[in-house]
Design a protein around this ligand. Structure first.
Ligand SMILES: CC(C)(COP(=O)(O)OP(=O)(O)OC[C@H]1O[C@@H](n2cnc3c(N)ncnc32)[C@H](O)[C@@H]1OP(=O)(O)O)[C@@H](O)C(=O)NCCC(=O)NCCS
Length: 212
């Protein structure tokens, strides 16, 4: 069945938040906050509308990816612009059919055309390495508290684009979600049972917030 990728429109917003909630619900922890995160990201200056893409199948929204501007602080007075995707969601019934990969590959191509130089994310390396992501530690890039770990990854959008760039990664403050605001937002959706999550690794906006 054919997948259609297109920009997200304002009238898709609630449907996309619902599909994000369905994709993340109870995956990393009881409930999820990613639908709230998507809602908030669109209102920030860090939001990149050209990289806000939905996947449709049979005229139904089944997947979504969203990007924000981020940076690597290279010296006390300098930074290097990067971008970050996440949350990325595919409705459970449509997972493992190539839709997530299609959303990623399509937006990598747009990001290159827009002359962005690199993408930095937090996510499962076994999934993201296939797109060319490498460990942030290969580039000397750390989190604010000096950490580097497998789930923290960088993709150069053209060869050598991160050469000589090292420092501290900083994503937009929108990822520091307030649990009370998440709960209030979630109350506007139909009730769903919360159960302990099964996975611990996530992407920015996810369980570790820094890694989603
Ligand atoms: C992650 C997600 C967007 C992938 O989309 P998808 O359409 O299911 O993925 P694709 O069909 O393109 O790719 C399937 C492959 O990815 C792997 N994969 C899917 N989700 C994965 C995950 N969270 N971690 C690691 N691998 C994953 C599958 O095992 C499969 O591997 P294979 O090709 O070796 O068999 C989707 O599964 C999803 O929405 N998950 C819940 C929300 C979430 O966790 N989002 C991202 C957090 S990393």
């Amino acid at each position: 069945m054919e997948i259609r990728l297109r920009s997200e429109f304002t009238e898709d917003y609630r449907k996309v938040e619902t599909l994000t909630r369905e994709a993340f619900w109870n995956v990393y922890h009881p409930g999820c906050s990613e639908h709230f995160l998507v809602h908030e990201i669109r209102r920030t200056e860090a939001f990149i509308p050209e990289l806000d893409i939905v996947a449709e199948r049979d005229k139904q929204l089944v997947g979504h990816i969203i990007y924000t501007r981020s940076k690597v602080i290279t010296t006390p007075h300098c930074s290097f612009e990067t971008i970050t995707f996440g949350p990325i969601s595919v409705l459970p019934a449509y997972q493992r059919q190539g839709i997530g990969s299609a959303l990623i590959r399509h937006t990598l191509s747009i990001a290159k055309q827009m002359s962005f130089r690199a993408i930095i994310i937090f996510g499962d390396p076994s999934y993201y390495r296939r797109f060319g992501f490498r460990s942030a530690s290969d580039f000397g890039i750390t989190t604010a508290d000096g950490q580097s770990f497998d789930a923290f990854m960088v993709l150069e959008l053209y060869e050598g684009s991160m050469k000589g760039i090292s420092g501290v990664f900083q994503h937009d403050p929108v990822f520091n979600v307030d649990p009370e605001k998440v709960a209030a937002f979630d109350n506007t959706f139909p009730v769903k049972e919360k159960r302990p999550g099964e996975t611990l690794v996530g992407l920015p906006g996810g369980p570790s917030q820094s890694a989603r």
